[in-house]
Design a protein around this ligand. Sequence first.
Ligand SMILES: *Cc1c(COP(=O)(O)O)cnc(C)c1O
Length: 404
Amino acid sequence: MVTVNRNYLKLPGSYLFSTIGKKVNAYQSENPDKKIIRLGIGDVTQPLAPAIIESLHEGVEEMAHAETFHGYAPDLGYEFLRSAISRNDYQARGCDISEDEIFVSDGAKSDSGNIQEIFGIDNKVAVCDPVYPVYVDTNVMAGRSGEYNPGRENFDGIIYMPCREENGFLPEFPSEVPDLIYLCFPNNPTGSAITKDELQKWVDYANQNGSVIIYDAAYEAYISEENIPHSIYECDGAKTCAIELKSFSKNAGFTGVRLGYTVVPKALERDGVKLHSLWARRHGTKFNGAPYIVQKAGAAVYSEAGKAQLKEQVAYYMRNAKVIYEGLSEAGFSVSGGVNAPYIWLKTPDRMTSWEFFDYLLEKVNVVGTPGSGFGAHGEGYFRLTAFGTYENTVEAIERMKKM
Ligand SMILES: *Cc1c(COP(=O)(O)O)cnc(C)c1O
């Protein structure tokens, strides 16, 4: 008789974005004349930069001719892309990461979901609360959790590290030492960033306790302040305790193109095994490489023209972040984030729950955001707005919110 992976049944319905969609659609059909502005979903809106489009076209043209056609890509990614990553994202920042420690993939969501496979099922997992849900759900699916508690809105057997206002929305060391620690900075959903000194403490903690940090740096390109690390490998000793995940989605608009990479340093060993060899094996067996055309486009991210164009694109979104942050601060909201990340995290006024504020905002000013409670129990009473809209819509949304 076939049985199913019953761990999947532990997952409560993923209601967040579907509930948002339903509420927005219902409101719009009852109020067809209202212009709803969406600052909810974490997807980019600007088109791909010209340097990337040019590179994509070249890749397509190469595929049309036998002499330049490319079939299966090398498992770990093309050398031209891995060397561009290692030079630009690491060596230029003083991080000693070589190209054979880089694994090119189809994005950071897959990598952040798949990386847990190389670890034993009995590892204790720690996540921030609120959190990007992929880290938790994939460990639940694998069987690294107990049951879901509807009352506490979390899973037994997972260590939650509350990220509260009084700590700048950074986690504290948990009372029980975890094996796997997921960190994401700059953070989705809170928009908080971690300084190099603070991140160094986590690296030291992981090395002392034999833990592994899985560091999601998807928003690295949005860092504007000096003392914020762009990579965990800027910290001493990170090569013996950290895996880093990167994406081309948020810095270069690849959300619909799909490209990312994972760094597993060769010096990282646990349980007598190099994690690099396990991830290489996993990649080789289960993944047949990101498309040549896409990797070629990815290399354009590191060209001089690409760098200049993407700097402008990030600046465009960060101008929106500033509009949101400053506008809402003036209007008396308690806001954070938005300086090193394209997310603004605001406290709901008048002790409204996250969902009450969602409804209020939708109905009063026709603006859509994301309820903080959708990211974890400690997101309750908070609300996420993204800087990924157009400038005009962002300005209008904030003008409306100021008049509420
Ligand atoms: C958007 C995002 C990613 C990137 O996902 P891709 O699969 O590369 O598009 C990864 N982590 C976090 C926290 C994100 O918000």
